[in-house]
Design a protein around this ligand. Structure first.
Ligand code: FAD
Length: 498
């Protein structure tokens, strides 16, 4: 039986700080339960990290490039009696991605099992295709066991983990190494990379991540990917519009600069930069806690641990011509284990980088002028906690570095035909309030995950949501965190869980 702690005082008026995916999710669940909700957002639009530059007819997103687990979005809309399709169209991204390798070969990853197996048979042979089907069944079991027990619920310490689920996860090898588990199934190095690199989504190296993170591989490869029509930024706009239609009030361009609390530390009101005092019975804080809490509360909560952050990224965004083959392309370097050591342990850029190129115009051509494309290229780099690189001074050199790598990988002609170009470095992420200059928040080391991640209930009537708290980073996790924050206020919505 679940015994999550919830607020015991009256909670009719709720103030939410931040209109990213976490804040929007909390707003919809709270509004759906009859609460009066105000969302304060310091920028001029909803979306948070799902932000966009608009220039010369291009809409260049510089946050999440695809949506996974759209069922979580359906549940959010359903919380206010709405359906996703009435607010936004989700376009399937097929293949989910194309993986390119230094030997010139590629492998497409499809969400549908049979199609994925056929592609693996084409590229790697029948034995590896059979291994894929076995591995897929294995990661599905890990997901079905680990997700409800470890991710999709509020946790109040290690004691709230369901012992049966933990035993099953252990029996599935979930606490062993991720890369070792993948290697037991696949002989082909390329498949060992494809089914382990998702550790990077949660800020760890495949060789040091626990195998239970294969649930991310499951969400990514078997769950598939979608692009909201109009780009990723169109999704938070649609969520905000649905919330507004149900009576949620949004205050844009109004940063919360302080939380007024009682002598016992209970939230009373949010004070905004415009001088407004917004009273409430409870607050949901979705700004990164490490950055925001000392300012908002005037102190660092005692329980807040020192955290290790995920690696950061360099982005090169451009609008150009070309004929991209796939929406999502991952280019793997030939080095593997050592490349993560450089990035995470030594704080150096990858000497043989693996990187992502996303061209959303393959799925939604209206994001660029006719016949042109949006390119989002992402290179993992060290965060400011481990790396000692002067990113501001190196901007021009970095652009050359990324362009050289891209040219060597077949993007030379495109780079000669640019209309718009932007670079984002860890220094830019830092100026956007990302601790350690990484937009990927606290790394999901085992000691910073599940019951060991900064807890969402701050005590009294304040609750955290967003990538910096449980369950973690990414659009699905931020969306879940908003629902979990709402559940701290209204109680949890389902009854039968392990
Ligand atoms: C380059 C990049 C690529 C990514 N790729 C993917 C991907 O492909 N798939 C995926 O699932 N995830 C991806 N992510 C991660 C994902 O985008 C984030 O984890 C998620 O959007 C975080 O949502 P959030 O609501 O927790 O935080 P945020 O989006 O950061 O929202 C917090 C909001 O709070 C506001 N705010 C902060 N302080 C205050 C204040 N004092 N007063 C008022 N407002 C305040 C901010 O302006 C912001 O709008 C990517 C992120 C980046 C940057």
């Amino acid at each position: 039986m679940r015994t999550d702690r919830i607020m015991d005082s009256p909670t009719h008026r709720i103030v939410i700080i931040g209109a990213g995916f976490a804040g929007l999710s909390a707003a919809l669940y709270l509004s759906g339960s009859g609460r009066k909700v105000i969302v304060c957002e310091k920028t001029s639009a909803p979306g948070g990290k799902a932000a966009v530059f608009e220039e010369k007819g291009y809409r260049l997103g510089y946050g999440p490039s695809v949506l996974t687990m759209p069922e979580l979005i359906d549940a959010e809309f359903a919380a206010v009696g709405e359906q996703t399709r009435d607010w936004i169209e989700l376009l399937p991204v097929e293949p989910t991605y194309r993986a390119h390798f230094p030997d010139g070969t590629h492998i497409d990853v499809f969400r549908e099992a049979e199609r994925a197996a056929e592609e693996i048979e084409r590229a790697c042979g029948g034995t590896e295709a059979a291994a894929y089907l076995r591995y897929r069944r294995h990661v599905e079991r890990v997901y079905r066991c680990g997700f409800p027990a470890f991710v999709d619920r509020n946790l109040d310490g290690i004691g709230s983990l369901a012992p049966l689920a933990m035993a099953r996860l252990a029996a599935l090898g979930g606490f062993g190494g991720l890369q070792a588990s993948v290697n037991r199934y696949f002989q082909d190095k390329r498949l060992r990379q494809i089914f382990a690199f998702q550790a990077m989504y949660v800020g760890t190296a495949p060789q040091s991540a626990r195998a239970m993170y294969s649930m991310v591989t499951y969400m990514d490869t078997a769950g598939g990917a979608w692009l909201p029509r109009g780009g990723m930024h169109a999704l938070p706009r649609a969520l905000a519009a649905a919330a507004e239609a149900k009576g949620v009030r949004f205050r844009y361009d109004d940063e919360v600069i302080r939380l007024e609390t009682s002598p016992k530390g209970r939230f009373r009101a949010a004070i905004t930069a415009s001088g407004e005092r917004i009273p409430g019975d409870a607050a949901v804080i979705t700004a990164d806690p490490a950055v925001s809490l000392p300012t908002l509360l005037g102190r660092r909560p005692r329980s807040f641990p020192r955290l290790e952050y995920a690696p950061s990224c360099l982005l090169l965004l451009f609008g150009a011509g070309g004929k991209p083959e796939a929406h999502h392309s991952i280019h793997f370097g030939s080095r593997w284990t050592s490349t993560f050591e450089e990035l995470i342990d030594e704080g150096k850029p990858m000497s043989d980088p693996s990187f992502l190129v996303s061209t959303p115009t393959v799925t939604d051509p209206d994001l660029a002028p006719e016949g042109r494309h949006c390119y989002f290229t992402l290179f993992p780099v060290p965060n400011l906690q481990t790396g000692d690189i002067d990113w501001s001074a190196e901007r021009a050199a970095l652009r050359d570095y990324m362009q050289n790598v891209l040219s060597r990988n077949g993007y030379g002609e495109v780079l000669d035909d640019l209309d718009v170009v932007r670079t984002i470095t860890p220094a830019d992420w830092l100026s956007m309030d990302c601790p350690a200059g990484t937009p990927f928040s606290t790394a999901h080391l085992f000691r910073q995950s599940g019951p060991f991640r900064p807890r969402n209930l701050l005590g009294g009537n304040m609750v955290l949501a967003g990538a910096g708290t449980h369950p973690g980073v990414g659009v699905p996790m931020a969306t879940i965190s908003g629902r979990l924050a709402a559940e701290r206020i209204i109680g949890h919505r389902r009854s039968a869980e392990g």
